[in-house]
Design a protein around this ligand. Structure first.
Ligand code: SIN
Length: 278
């Protein structure tokens, strides 16, 4: 297995590994160490069935059922993220950490590319530990007592179902029974595996601080969210068919760039169960 970092902030490409077969304990250990060190891992040119993607995802924890979208009938943990030639909006097209509105947000997310545009549709990632470390001592102290209130409905005018139903190929998979979620989490969270501190808010879901109004909270949320995505804290991944990424939601944000109108992009996605942020 060869591990090649792709930027100073985060991200490494892993080559010389076959993801279609059961990995050895040695390989699994190395991959997990790399996941903690680089925060997002990328793999190229793998031809995998949904079941093989699911099996590989177990390297990083227990696969979860996504609350809003129906999974594949035979592999319910795998959801399909599809933007067609006639869709204008996309799924995940703003900076966020997955399911941060849940009491136990996703630890990690795996994305596997089935079909991608010839160019466009890249995904951006940022390292929220590095962003935290670069704050002044005064700001770190101020944030240490704050909790963010995260909602699954923020940014969805008319509700999340309406937003999701704008995507032609995903209309039928939105779960009719899906409810909305809201959770409070510390703005600075400590990574349960590494002990490192990271900023844990995002513009997509965090709409205010606990015990503060939205009007009072918004300027600081905006400042922190803009700070986290400074170019030096980021990396960018260009997908090809058969590419796979797995990222650590506890110390990263990501953003699916929506710059490929009239083209099709089809991904399979699995989230990994997480713990309560502390
Ligand atoms: C997501 O937010 O999970 C989707 C990311 C992507 O499609 O690049």
């Amino acid at each position: 297995m060869i591990i090649t970092p792709i930027s100073n902030a985060l991200g490494a490409e892993i080559s010389e590994i076959d993801l279609s077969v059961r990995l050895s304990n040695n390989q699994t250990g190395k991959l997990y160490d790399a996941f903690l060190k680089y925060c997002v891992l990328f793999f190229r040119e793998h031809s995998l069935s949904a079941t093989q993607v699911l099996e590989f995802s177990k390297t990083f924890g227990a696969p979860a059922i996504y609350p809003f979208i129906q999974g594949l009938p035979e592999v319910p943990e795998v959801i399909e993220i599809i933007k067609t030639e006639t869709d204008e909006s996309n799924f995940g097209g703003s900076w966020h950490s997955d399911t941060s509105y849940m009491h136990r947000p996703a630890k990690a997310t795996l994305l596997y590319a089935k079909e991608v545009p010839d160019f466009g549709g890249d995904t951006l990632f940022c390292n929220t530990n590095m962003a935290y470390e670069q704050l002044s001592e005064g700001m770190k102290k101020l944030l240490s007592d704050l909790s963010g209130v995260n909602s699954s409905e923020k940014g969805y005018q008319g509700g999340r179902a309406t937003g999701m139903n704008k995507l032609n190929a995903m209309k039928g998979t939105y779960k009719k029974e899906a409810k909305s979620f809201e959770s409070e989490h510390p703005v600075i969270r400590t990574h349960p595996d590494t002990g490192k501190k990271s900023l844990y808010i995002n513009k997509s879901h965090t709409y205010r601080f606990k015990n503060m109004s939205e009007e009072e909270s918004t300027p600081l949320i905006n400042y922190l969210c803009d700070h986290m995505i400074k170019p030096e804290f980021t990396c960018r991944f260009r997908w090809r068919e058969g590419s796979l990424a797995i990222w650590d939601n506890r110390t990263t944000l990501h953003n699916a760039i929506n710059d490929y109108q009239k083209k099709r992009r089809h991904m399979q996605r699995i989230t990994i169960e997480g713990c309560t942020p502390r």
